[in-house]
Every structure is written in structure tokens, then in C-alpha cells.
Write a protein that binds this ligand. Structure first.
Ligand code: PLP
Length: 389
């Protein structure tokens, strides 16, 4: 078969491969603690499951409008107003199957040879993968540990050239748990006024997942860039609904029809009963979300403390999401080697920092979407595995 050249440019998300390997080893009888995958380990709250079940019984079996059912888009508008203090037009909301389609569509819309797209590194691997796949040039924004894995707005602005069309910002972030402080966003947005051709993709899929009372600072809150900001959010993380596949984008008026055409050409629409369950998630009781965040916070402290006790590891406290990103350079081993060694010798699945871009060298990603007992067991195994013989 003669595949298109473009196929060789498409990367992947190694979390799925590590998950498959961990499951394969488990099936062979190995005892594996999996801290590799970015999916909350909680059951989807029962009121949401019940709404989905009822929707199937009530006959939600057919295509919906491509942008999603109006009641859900209205619920999204209310939710954005509640959590970001901004009122958006429901006609600019497009519901999609998960967080990824908004990202895929946005990158697709602006990519062609010669175009530069700025993206976080280390960052969610799909950004770089899709930018390359679409033939554009990925330009990394370096996220450094000493800045709490945020960026310097000045550094971002310096990277903008006349060829830059899209800037991707992810806060709170995967894989680092970093959060971009509001002052840095202020500086970035002020500088973006000099670059009116740059569209912003704000990936805020972890918007409800911040700690210590930290308020989520959203790029949607800046009037000066509202007409060129694409907001990406969804249900996967907040409501522990990764397998349901439900997300949304809020698009600038100039882009929404293009986004809708991309949806019609690919997914048609998000699953109808899942959309109905999505309304219940947003409008129903939120206590399960709060309980989940309390559990994540307890695990966050346990894992960071445990990682810092391992010789050769040092870990800063993440401020959002559910990932710890320890610096492992003190072990003298490279990240990929450590990932392999921990899986095979310690039975602990984690991800090499390089799964998130070349600037992830020297780090590992531990997802703390696992129970405290599993986290403690994983830490003990890692420490034992790395102890001098
Ligand atoms: N954006 C970021 C930063 C993520 O970490 C993820 C999932 O891990 C996504 C988007 C995609 O979310 P979904 O699983 O809903 O497609």
C-alpha cells in the first residue's frame, strides 16, 4: 500500500500504548500499578449515568444538530458564565465527541506548509503530532520547572513571527500540573494586541481542577482577544467521563461555520444520549466533583511527598490537574530508560517526560488518578527498584 507521506508525520499519545502494555502484562499475571493514564479512576456520578440510561430509553437514538442539542449548548453557556464569569453566544458553542476534536479542528483550520504554530513543550503530545500531520511547523513554548511549568509571556511573544497563525495555551496543564498565573496571561494578552493575526486555542480541559482555592484564570475572560480565542473544554476529566466522549469548543464568530463543516465531515455530531447525560452533569448536583477534587488533593500531597523521598527525584507541587512531574535527573538515567525499567522491574506504569515532547527529558509523569494505597505501593516499588543493590 502506498500511504500518503503525511501519515509518517502523525505521532501518538503514548499513554494509550503504555496502558495497553500494562494491561498486557497484567493479563500475563504480572502485578502492575498503573499510574500512566490520564483518566480519573472514579465512577461517573450516578445522576449522570442515570440520565444517560434514561435518554436511551426515551429514544435519543438519532443524529442531533451537528453543533449539539440546543439544551446542552445552553447548559454550556450557563456553566461558562458560572465558572468564568463570561456570557457567550450559544450559537458559538459546538459540542463534540471529547476534548480532542476541538483541538484537531483548530489545528486543521490554520495549518499549511510555512505556517508556524506555537505549542507547549512538555505538553499534550497530540498538539505537536497534529501540527506536523497537517504540514505546519510546530514551534515549542518551553515550560520550565523553575516557573512552576508555566511560560514567560515575553518568551512566547518573542517567538511570534508573521508566519504564526495559532498559539496553543493549556492551563492547568498536562503533563506537569502547571497553572499559568493570571499576571502572565495579562502580559501575554497585552502583547498579543501587536499580533492580530494570531488565533489562540485555550485548552482548559482541566479548568475545574485547581488546588488550594486557586481560581482558574481563563483566556476567555479577555475581551481584547475574544474574537480570536477558541476555548476547548469538556466533561472527560471534571465528571470522570473519559469513555463517554463528550467535549465542546467555543469558537469565534468568524470560525464557527468552518468548525461545523469539519464536524459534519467527520463526526456528524456527538452521541445523542451522551449529550443528554452532559446536561445533567452541568446542571445537576456538583458534590461528586467536589469530593473527587478533595480525594485528588490528598493524593497530590501523598505523591509529592513520596516522590521527594526517593533519592535522585525531586518534585514540585502541582497546582492543577492530577499529574506529578518529578525531575529525575538525579538518578543519572534518561527518562525513557526509567519508564521501561519501572514497568518491567518494579511493575509500575508511568510515562517518560519525553512522551510529551523533547523538553520533557529528565522528567517522568505520574498520574495520581489511582487510590492512595496504589500510590503508596507504587512509590515503595520505585524506591526499592532504584535503591543501590
Ligand atoms: N487536552 C488535554 C490537555 C488533555 O490532557 C486531554 C486528555 O488527556 C485532552 C485535551 C483530551 O481530552 P479527551 O479525552 O476528552 O479527548
Amino acid at each position: 500500500m502506498e500511504l500518503s507521506k503525511r501519515m509518517s508525520q502523525l505521532g501518538t499519545e503514548s499513554a494509550f500504548q503504555v496502558l495497553a502494555r500494562a494491561k498486557g502484562l497484567q493479563a500475563l499475571g504480572y502485578d502492575i500499578v498503573n499510574l500512566g493514564i490520564g483518566a480519573p479512576d472514579f465512577h461517573t456520578p450516578e445522576n449522570i449515568v442515570e440520565a444517560g440510561r434514561r435518554a436511551l430509553t426515551d429514544g435519543w437514538h438519532f443524529y442531533t444538530p451537528a453543533k449539539g442539542i440546543p439544551q446542552l449548548r445552553e447548559a454550556v453557556v450557563e456553566d461558562i458564565e458560572k465558572h468564568r464569569g463570561v456570557r457567550v453566544d450559544p450559537d458559538l458553542v459546538m459540542v463534540v465527541p471529547g476534548g480532542k476534536p476541538t483541538m484537531f479542528f483548530a489545528i486543521q483550520m490554520f495549518s499549511e506548509p510555512g505556517v508556524e504554530i506555537l505549542y507547549p513543550n512538555p505538553g499534550f503530545p497530540i498538539y505537536e503530532s497534529v501540527i506536523r500531520f497537517m504540514g505546519a511547523t510546530p514551534v515549542p513554548i518551553e515550560l520550565r520547572e523553575e516557573r512552576g511549568f508555566s511560560f514567560s509571556a515575553d518568551e512566547v511573544l518573542e517567538k511570534i513571527t508573521p508566519r504564526t497563525r495559532l498559539l496553543i495555551v493549556n492551563t492547568p496543564a498536562n503533563p506537569t500540573g502547571g497553572v499559568v498565573p493570571r499576571e502572565e496571561l495579562d502580559r501575554l494578552v497585552a502583547g498579543l494586541e501587536q499580533h492580530p493575526q494570531v488565533v489562540i486555542l485555550a485548552d482548559e480541559i482541566y479548568s475545574r481542577m485547581t488546588y488550594d482555592g486557586l481560581e482558574h484564570a481563563s483566556l476567555l475572560q479577555y475581551d481584547s482577544i475574544r474574537d480570536r480565542t477558541i476555548l476547548l473544554d469538556g466533561w472527560s476529566k471534571t465528571y470522570s467521563m473519559t469513555g463517554w466522549r463528550l467535549g465542546y469548543g467555543v469558537w469565534p464568530a468568524e470560525l464557527i461555520d468552518h468548525a461545523e463543516r469539519l464536524q459534519i465531515n467527520s463526526n456528524s455530531c456527538a452521541s445523542a444520549p451522551v449529550q443528554v447525560a452532559g446536561i445533567e452533569a452541568l446542571r445537576g448536583p456538583q458534590d461528586a466533583v467536589e469530593a473527587m477534587m478533595r480525594a485528588f488533593d490528598e493524593r497530590r500531597h501523598a505523591i509529592v511527598e513520596g516522590l521527594n523521598a526517593i533519592p535522585g527525584f525531586s518534585c514540585t507541587m502541582p497546582r492543577g490537574a492530577f499529574y506529578a512531574f518529578p525531575n529525575v535527573t538525579g538518578t543519572g538515567l534518561d527518562s525513557k530508560h526509567l519508564e521501561e525499567m519501572l514497568l518491567h522491574d518494579a511493575g509500575v506504569a508511568v510515562l517518560s517526560g519525553t512522551s510529551f515532547g523533547h523538553l520533557g527529558e529528565g522528567y517522568l509523569r505520574f498520574s495520581y488518578a489511582a487510590g492512595l494505597d496504589e500510590i503508596r505501593e507504587a512509590l515503595a516499588r520505585v524506591e526499592k527498584c532504584l535503591a543501590p543493590a
